[in-house]
Design a protein around this ligand. Structure first.
Ligand SMILES: [Zn+2]
Ligand SMILES: [Zn+2]
Length: 135
């Protein structure tokens, strides 16, 4: 089982299973949302996500492109990302760094490197995409 929480601990959730694709996203929106160089979200089918507490403590930001990002209204922790694609497929993406217990996961790629901050060097062996995954 994978268990996560926000910084203040009011929001707690469990994930039974992640979907396979796991990328580090360097897009500007992820950078701003996390206040970090890039984000790593794990995709989860909605039926594999359970709320242990605090789902109602989340606030939601809807961007112009229809994506929704959710964060704890008390401590500001970035927790969820939902694109229109996720909505159609009944999945959601959860910030991996918010997990306290996590079964081994293997990120497979970097995406949106065209927006990467200049002060971060990416020199691992993962697949590097300038935009979204080049199929
Ligand atoms: Zn919190
Ligand atoms: Zn992104």
């Amino acid at each position: 089982m994978n268990k996560g929480s926000c910084l203040c601990g009011k929001v707690r959730f469990s994930v039974a299973k992640f979907e396979p694709l796991l990328g580090h996203c360097h897009c500007k929106m992820c950078r701003k949302f996390h206040g970090a160089a890039f984000s790593t979200f794990g995709e989860v089918r909605l039926e594999n996500l359970a709320w242990d507490s605090g789902k109602s403590e989340l606030k939601h930001y809807k961007a112009d492109n229809g994506s929704i990002r959710s964060f704890c209204k008390h401590c500001g922790s970035s927790i969820l990302f939902e694109s229109t694609f996720n909505r159609d497929n009944k999945t959601i993406e959860i910030a991996l760094a918010a997990f306290d217990e996590l079964e081994p996961v293997e990120p497979d790629a970097h995406i949106y490197l065209d927006s990467k901050v200049p002060w971060l060097e990416v020199n691992d062996s993962l697949k590097k995409n300038q935009g979204y995954r080049e199929s």
